[in-house]
Design a protein around this ligand. Structure first.
Ligand code: SF4
Length: 264
């Protein structure tokens, strides 16, 4: 992995995500390279070949924090904050330490076990939450779409460690891939380890999106013609497929009292 310094972007970005108003991506570009990832549309030129880090990170982070009241910051919006190279560079660990010192807490999302190294810092930051995302049931299918990430069972175990330590946990069932994401199975697996379960479909804007091109190639390799036949479902949130799923999830929520947050 080629690591380069990137100085021209702010470290703290303003965006409403869940109960956060700001997010930080300690890295830019993501070596997990999930084929459905929306960030490829913005960072496609640097996504697979290189990883970028912010130059003079700690000083710039401290300076930017001076303009923000202590609050919860989302970590890991367009890049998983626990890139394999985090083990060496510790850019995410620095982020957590600086935020902790400054009275902030975090909502942090990752697919990587490396986050366990920082559990004690996250625990210190009262009110913080830790999440992961899952989208598939069978590992053989999951591997087609996200070949560089830890398997699902590992992610459920990861969350269990945080929940057992009384840290708030959440799972994103995301992105929901029509006919491939087994929602009921993933809810049943998530419920014991996650306080909240969020649902998101893949946001696609046009057929030229890089992630749609990647995704449709995989879908068509399984069933020729699948992507063209089902394109409206992927691009149109009013398609009856989503209405039916929303209804199913609402019924599920009422009958189980699980904390489901439905954004499809
Ligand atoms: S781990 Fe997350 S940020 Fe990284 S490529 Fe996969 S979906 Fe995108």
């Amino acid at each position: 992995m080629n690591v380069k310094i990137f100085n021209s972007e702010k470290i703290i970005h303003h965006k409403e995500i869940g109960d956060c108003k700001y997010y930080i991506d300690p890295y830019i570009g993501c070596s997990f390279s999930c084929h459905y990832c929306f960030s490829q549309n913005d960072f496609h030129s640097i996504h697979e070949e290189s990883l970028y880090i912010h130059g003079d990170f700690e000083t710039r982070l401290r300076n930017e924090l001076k303009n923000i009241e202590p609050q919860k910051i989302f970590i890991g919006f367009a890049t998983d904050p626990y890139q394999p190279i985090e083990d060496e560079l510790k850019q995410t660990k620095t982020t957590l330490e600086v935020l902790d010192e400054s009275g902030f807490n975090v909502s942090i999302v990752t697919k990587s076990h490396l986050i366990l190294r920082d559990k004690h810092i996250i625990k210190r930051m009262a009110g913080s939450s830790v999440g992961t995302s899952v989208a598939f049931r069978e590992e053989s299918i999951r591997n087609l779409f996200e070949p560089n990430t830890p398997d699902n069972e590992y992610r459920f175990q990861l969350l269990k460690e945080f929940k057992n330590d009384k840290i708030h946990t959440f799972i994103l069932i995301c992105p929901i891939i029509p006919f491939y994401t087994d929602i009921e199975y993933l809810i049943a697996k998530s419920a014991p380890v996650a306080n909240d379960i969020w649902f998101y479909r893949l946001i696609l804007n046009n057929p030229d999106d890089i992630n749609w091109k990647n995704l449709s190639k995989i879908l068509d390799s399984i069933y020729p013609g699948f992507s063209e036949e089902n394109a409206d479902i992927f691009f149109n949130s009013s398609n009856p497929y989503w209405d039916e799923l929303r209804k199913r999830l609402n019924i599920y929520q009422n009958s189980t009292k699980l904390n489901l947050k439905i954004f499809i």
